[in-house]
Ligand binder design. Structure first.
Ligand code: ADP
Ligand code: MG
Length: 462
């Protein structure tokens, strides 16, 4: 629908850029349902289906939307959200439109039918990675507790500890273990109903139920579930009008004796913005963290993955990778895949020299482990600002730009997750995404910024 309104505002372009910025899933969930209102005195009205969606979008995607608008609709200085009026009221709202096509009506007619919304909270419709099984998980001292707990939950019919709460930094096997539990239950006791959802999917399903006034059947669906897993719940921990309701669902499930398995990037006591009662219940279950990997574990994982990929890799190469890439398993696996892909493409054996050569660029980042604190310190020194500006709310360019550069470097030089980086700057993950994109874009057009960034990068990697 590449239509334009009289303000020369191409919603399609804006949507495309947002899809790129925030990813397809988030786009489909949160941006697609937005429809365009009118622009009055530089303020663009955007219609959203519910109050909750408005809050969620404002909290998480406002910056991204604003930055896309500033690129594609320079006439727009600000935006305001409005909950889309019901179809009957809508006529008056859009009576004198600047927008030519009555997009809000399109949306409503498509989604209000019951047919259209059912799948939005179909809990059985989830994806499990078939590589993420217990067989393919390598246990070691850093993860053996989490591994044992996951196995116990998968094998036991009785709810032994509830919830099971897995936490670790990024790429250390939480999702793998959750999928493994699901596979195991499906295999051994198919009568037990398992559901695995990302936190965002869970929230989205729930909100859809509210949106369609169907919380009853949504809750009904949970009754038949025996094991519910929600991955990455740090993304749920924001205050919102439906949070209380969300917690109720959580509590209700536990009261009904459903097995809950949760994961997050931090321990329950450090999760911000969750209800106290919920936190207490999370702490009362079994909390298992996965620590950073040891050399032995990395070595064993590499050997296992190479075996699965049917690649013959000399021991010295495995040793080299296990020594060099200490951050997390995802990165380790990425390096291994790159080496294998290269040898398949170019032909010939995998040797140590080749490995070093193929991974040349990747490995320089691992030569030294940089911390976010260090980045903040160096960047503040470089721009001669106080280090406290890294967390301050000031938005003047002379502090905002260095802050964005620091976020960009944190993403580039460390393996911390976006929410973790955000917390160090007292911001949320979407602000980090926005900062990374901004600095990436600016580095291409502004050589001063490009030089600053590359200089800082060098200083930090030495
Ligand atoms: P997280 O959810 O903690 O960010 P994932 O579960 O997605 O991490 O793991 C990242 C990658 O590393 C996956 O491909 C997973 O298979 C692999 N991985 C992590 N830990 C292990 C392990 N102990 N054994 C085998 N593979 C692992
Ligand atoms: Mg994960």
């Amino acid at each position: 629908m590449g239509w334009k309104n009289k303000m020369n505002l191409n919603w399609q372009d804006i949507q495309n850029s947002l899809r790129e910025k925030i990813g397809n899933t988030a786009f489909e969930m949160w941006v697609k349902p937005i429809s365009l209102g009118t622009v009055k005195e530089g303020v663009l009205t955007l219609f959203v289906p519910t109050k909750f969606m408005q809050e969620w979008i404002e909290k998480n995607y406002l910056e991204s939307i604003k930055s896309s608008l500033s690129t594609y609709a320079s006439d727009v200085c600000d935006i305001t959200f409005k909950v889309r009026p019901k179809v009957s009221e809508e006529k008056t709202e859009t009576a004198a439109p600047v927008v030519e096509a009555p997009k809000p009506l399109d949306f409503s007619s498509k989604h209000v039918t019951l047919e259209g919304n059912k799948d939005n909270y179909d809990l059985s419709n989830y994806y499990l990675d078939n590589r993420f099984t217990f067989d393919q998980f390598v246990a070691g001292s850093s993860n053996e507790f989490a591994y044992a707990a996951a196995k116990k939950v998968a094998e036991n019919k009785d709810v032994a500890f509830n919830p099971l709460f897995l936490h670790s930094g990024v790429g250390l096997g939480k999702t793998h273990l959750m999928h493994a539990i699901a596979w195991k239950i499906k295999e051994t006791t198919p009568s037990r109903q398992v559901v695995y959802l990302s936190a965002e999917k869970f929230m989205y399903s729930f909100i859809n139920a509210i949106r369609y006034n169907d919380t009853f059947s949504f809750k009904e669906k949970f009754r038949s579930i025996d094991v519910l897993m929600i991955d990455d719940i740090q993304f749920l921990t924001n205050k919102s009008s439906t949070q209380a309701e969300f917690c109720n669902t959580f509590n209700a499930l536990m009261d009904q004796g459903k097995q809950l398995i949760l994961s997050a990037d931090t321990a329950p006591q450090n999760l911000q913005g969750i209800e106290e009662r919920l936190r207490t219940r999370m702490c009362a279950g079994l909390v298992a963290d996965i620590g950073s990997t040891s050399y032995d574990l990395r070595f064993n994982i590499l050997r296992k993955k190479a075996g699965i990929m049917q690649a013959s890799i000399p021991e010295e190469v495995i040793d080299f990778l296990a020594r060099k890439i200490t951050t997390n398993v995802r990165e380790l696996e990425g390096a291994l895949k790159k080496v294998i892909a290269y040898s398949q493409l170019v032909g010939g054996d995998i040797t140590l020299d080749r490995t070093k050569n193929v991974l040349k660029d990747t490995l320089t980042a691992y030569d030294k482990k940089v911390t976010i604190d260090e980045i903040q310190r160096k960047v503040s020194e470089h721009f001669k600002i106080k280090i406290s500006e890294m967390q301050s709310k000031r938005r003047e360019r002379e502090v905002a730009r260095p802050r964005q550069i620091a976020m960009y470097l944190a993403k580039k030089l460390t393996t911390r997750s976006l929410p973790e980086i955000g917390r160090k700057f007292d911001r949320d993950h979407t602000t980090v995404i926005h900062a990374v994109k901004t600095i990436e874009d600016l580095s291409k057009t502004n050589h001063l910024i490009a030089e600053d960034v590359s200089l800082l990068c060098q200083m930090l990697s030495q």
